[in-house]
Each structure stands twice: as structure tokens, then as C-alpha cells.
Design a protein. Structure first.
Length: 148
């Protein structure tokens, strides 16, 4: 079995729990463009490497619910690095998208790899759908430059 197949097989039950949680939290929620948040999560999840898929599914849960990073990690079964990635992917109130991206880029190790992978896909989806939103194109350019 390939490394990718092994990773996907390992994640399957956790990804199911993550989607259950994402649907519970985001069902009926609309983004700034008036489109379902769940569509954004599907696009981001489809765009990331297998190692980042679990976090991609729940990357907006903390910002759009009353759940904490710890509660999401426990419900989904995130490991230490996945939890750290989710934590850094959660914007601080008042934080600009560029400052948030810089914070994600500063994380090292597997948590950093996961965080950058999810943030890149997240930003790419936002830029593709609304290129005029302030800061998003600049933040995506920073991720692209840092990961060449």
C-alpha cells in the first residue's frame, strides 16, 4: 500500500467525524459572498494533500462556532500536530488576513506543513471567488513565494 493510501485509510474514521462536525456547525451558514460555507470546505479539502485533509474539513469550525480548538480536537481525534495546525489556522479577532498568513508561515514541523497547505487552499478559494477582497491576493502570494 502506498504512503498516500495508508494515510487516507488511517484518516477515514476521523474524516467522517470531522465532516459530521462541520455539517453540524456550518449547515445553513453562508460566507461573505452569500454562498454556503460547506461548499468552501469541500473545495479546500479537495485541494490539499492527504496529510492536511482532516484539518481542512474543520479549519473554520472554531471561528464560526462556540467550540474551542481543544473541543474540536477531542471530537474529531486530532493528533498534536493537527491540533497545532488548527490552532494557528484560527484567526485572532482583529487580525488581518496578511498577518494571519504570516503567523501560519512561521510554524515549523508537521503542524506547519499542514497549516500552510490548508491556508494556501483556503486563500486560493477566496481569491478565485472574490479577487477584489483586500489582503487575500497578497496573502496568497506570500504563501506561494514561501513554498517554492
Amino acid at each position: 500500500m502506498s504512503d498516500v493510501a495508508t494515510e487516507l485509510d488511517r484518516q477515514r474514521p476521523r474524516i467522517a467525524r470531522a465532516w459530521d462536525l462541520a455539517v453540524d456547525v456550518h449547515d445553513g451558514q453562508l460566507d461573505a459572498l452569500g454562498e454556503p460555507v460547506l461548499g468552501h470546505l469541500q473545495r479546500v479539502t479537495a485541494a490539499v494533500a492527504p496529510v492536511a485533509r482532516l484539518v481542512a474539513v474543520v479549519h473554520d469550525v472554531v471561528e464560526r462556532s462556540s467550540l474551542s480548538v481543544e473541543q474540536v480536537a477531542e471530537r474529531v481525534g486530532l493528533d498534536r500536530d493537527e491540533r497545532a495546525a488548527l490552532d494557528v489556522l484560527t484567526k485572532v479577532p482583529g487580525e488581518s488576513v496578511v498577518a494571519h498568513t504570516d503567523r501560519v508561515l512561521a510554524v515549523e514541523g508537521r503542524a506547519g506543513v499542514i497549516g500552510v497547505e490548508v491556508k494556501r487552499a483556503d486563500l486560493a478559494d477566496h481569491v478565485r471567488r472574490a479577487p477584489e477582497r483586500p489582503g487575500y491576493a497578497e496573502a496568497l502570494a506570500r504563501i506561494v513565494a514561501a513554498t517554492r
